[in-house]
Design a binder for this molecule. Structure first.
Ligand SMILES: Nc1ncnc2c1ncn2[C@@H]1O[C@H](COP(=O)(O)OP(=O)(O)OP(=O)(O)O)[C@@H](O)[C@H]1O
Ligand SMILES: [Mg+2]
Length: 175
């Protein structure tokens, strides 16, 4: 039974964590563009943060970086919006899961005219609801400076779950 004691399981890579400080909405957009540079079809990006944290602002940068059609806005009246690619890259599917009570089944019922495995899927308010859309996923966790509401600074943590994101630290372009 020696083999069982060969150290931590090599099969399950731990999350990659990068912590960044983002001083303004423009910087948040820039970060979105940088993240877009490492995205590929089939990727799932989950955005976590309170109301007004900057999830949609970051998604705007993702859309710019991916080069997709249509302005990224808060999908207030729809659960998901599809931004088709302008070039040869993947589409961006921007989901607001806030009212997605039933989780994934309901998302499949939306009958989006797009192939999710060929798209980049970005989900706001998706925690506990959409994890099963992809085996691996990138979490972007945005926190506001505690207490000081005038402070525009946000702390952003990138948590990459699964082998897909093992190279994130090295691959993310410099800011
Ligand atoms: N450092 C910053 N990063 C991002 N947004 C910032 C920052 N500082 C100020 N803001 C402002 O905070 C607001 C963020 O709004 P945004 O719609 O992106 O948030 P959200 O997390 O998507 O909110 P919701 O949960 O309502 O969808 C914008 O008005 C933006 O200008
Ligand atoms: Mg939003």
């Amino acid at each position: 039974m020696e083999a069982a004691h060969n150290g931590p399981a090599a099969a399950a890579p731990g999350p990659v964590i990068l912590e960044l400080s983002v001083g303004s909405p423009d910087q948040m957009r820039d970060l979105g563009r940088r993240i877009a540079a490492v995205l590929a079809p089939g990727d799932l990006v989950m955005l976590t943060g309170e109301l007004g944290a900057g999830k949609t602002t970051l998604t705007r940068g993702l859309g710019e970086g991916l080069g997709v059609r249509g302005a990224v806005t808060s999908p207030t009246f729809v659960i998901a919006r599809v931004h088709p690619p302008l070039g040869t890259g993947p589409a961006l599917v921007h989901v607001d899961a806030y009212r997605l009570g039933g989780g994934l089944d309901e998302m499949e019922d939306l009958d989006l005219d797009v192939s999710l495995p060929e798209s980049v899927v970005v989900v706001e308010w998706g925690d506990g609801k959409v994890e099963e859309l992809a085996e691996d996923r990138l979490h972007v966790v945005i926190d506001r400076a505690v207490g000081d509401t005038d402070d525009e600074r946000r702390t952003v943590r990138l948590v990459g779950i699964g082998a897909r994101w093992a190279g994130l630290r090295a691959d993310l372009p410099e800011g």
